[in-house]
Design a protein around this ligand. Sequence first.
Ligand code: GLV
Ligand code: MG
Length: 336
Amino acid sequence: MKLPRDFFKPLAIGAPAPLRELPVRLERMIHFVPPHMEKVRAKVPDLIAKVDVVLGNLEDAIPIEAKEAARRGFIEMAKASDFGSTGLWTRINALNSPWVLDDLFEIVREVGDKLDVVMLPKVEGPWDIHYLDQLLAQLEARHQVRKPILIHAILETAEGVKNVEAIAAASPRMHGMSLGPADLAASRAMKTTRVGGGHPDYRVLADATEAGSARASAQQDLWHYTVAKMVDACASAGIKPFYGPFGDFSDEAACEAQFRNAFLMGCAGAWSLHPTQIDIAKKVFSPDPGEVRFAKKILDAMPDGSGAVMIDGKMQDDATWKQAKVIVDLARIVAA
Ligand code: GLV
Ligand code: MG
């Protein structure tokens, strides 16, 4: 049998992965499930119809004593269903953990043909991606896996942020990258106790107008810098950026606002950790119908994508034509 490594042969490690080689898939939400819980596994067939990606989580939030049960549970849930066009991912344990080798050996052996993406936590530099790339190549060859398993890195250490461009371009296997705000906050010694989102004290105060009058202030986006850096690194390497988790399940408005910032900045999706976040992500990461209508007007007004026209009092040119195309193309994939 022809092995999928041939697909990668012409590209040396370190070469960027051109976008055209990635499957064009809608991945608005990466829905996390804890696979050691039987009642959660029982709901996977229903989930498949609702989400773009189902991810079996083996890393943080899975208790140490349940690590093996989670791995076995993931294999069981992967075997039990046909995932169709819904992505099947797993988040393995970190490369310096005692579980990661068994995670990879057993999962690729048992369900390597069904697995689309391995999410790798705590990535610090391209060396972590090279190591996983080689391991996957060996395991795919050993188990005759017919399609290459892709790698998705979590950007969640200060060292990782420093090396984000090299990580994004580390292998043709790179699918994308997610911001991991909880671990990143700890790694940077940020003074927060949250999983993503804003903080009421991270704000700027407007200038004083009159002595004694209340001063307006606005909360800022704690994650703006990192998301912007990640989006540029991913776009230049031809891979997809994602916002990660939003831990306050009770604050749907704040989750939506954080996801929307990420969407507007260029992210393709976010993690959903709770069923209510599935619909939030679906709404946010599908383009707004009003925006799509306006974007179509731009494409219609400039059939060859060049020149300059005025639409509703706003100037459009080659550059806005390209922006409009991003929105219209995404709307097409959503409608398909
Ligand atoms: C995710 O893994 C995070 O640390 O935010
Ligand atoms: Mg983390």
